[in-house]
Write a protein that binds this ligand. Structure first.
Ligand code: ADP
Length: 169
């Protein structure tokens, strides 16, 4: 590598050219959209260095949401959860990066906003569990299931980001 350290090209570590990246499904719920938090939430994931690879606004049907939340179908709050999630448009996204699933959950905060630390999305912008403004996959396998449930394969873009070598060594 003959480049000088002052070069505009970052050093490229060929052995670590593509770190083990994950994909996670992040959604801004109808209350997050109504409250004008779309830009704020996207900004946090962008600024952290995660890569946006799919995005759409969709008002989901109750049937679609019942499948999305299938693991919670026996919970007492399930009907009101589905109704709330179907009450308006959602911004559905896929974000990619190193530990995207776990880090996405940390950035969102705890399910109950009152238990979420300041600095997290829920801890900064919400109060009650039933209006906690955002969703994030809780595991790599559920992320894969959720991405396939919300997006067709051609809606997910594997674009090459030119700044990646300034984010990963
Ligand atoms: P998370 O969204 O943090 O993964 P869960 O999967 O446990 O949390 O629950 C899914 C969603 O269901 C929560 O984000 C919240 O909107 C709603 N929910 C969970 N628990 C309750 C509850 N006790 N009362 C009302 N709504 C709840």
């Amino acid at each position: 590598d003959t480049r000088e350290s002052t070069s505009l090209c970052p050093p490229v570590n060929e052995e670590m050219a593509s770190p083990q990246e994950e994909r996670t499904f992040i959604a801004i719920k109808p209350d997050g959209v109504q409250r004008g938090l779309v830009g704020e939430i996207i900004k946090r994931f962008e600024q952290r260095g995660f890569k946006l690879i799919a995005l759409k606004m969709v008002t989901a049907s109750q049937d679609h949401l019942k499948v999305h939340y299938q693991d919670l179908k026996d919970k007492p709050f399930f009907p009101s959860l589905v109704e709330y999630m179907a009450s308006g448009p959602i911004v559905a996204m896929v974000w990619q990066g190193l530990e995207a699933v776990k880090q996405g959950r940390i950035m969102l905060g705890a399910t109950n906003p009152l238990a979420s630390n300041p600095g997290t999305i829920r801890g900064d912008f919400s109060i009650q569990t039933g209006r906690n403004i955002c969703h994030g996959s809780d595991a790599v396998d559920s992320a894969e299931r959720e991405i396939a449930h919300w997006f067709k394969p051609e809606e997910v873009s594997g674009w090459k980001r030119t700044v990646d070598s300034w984010i990963y060594e």
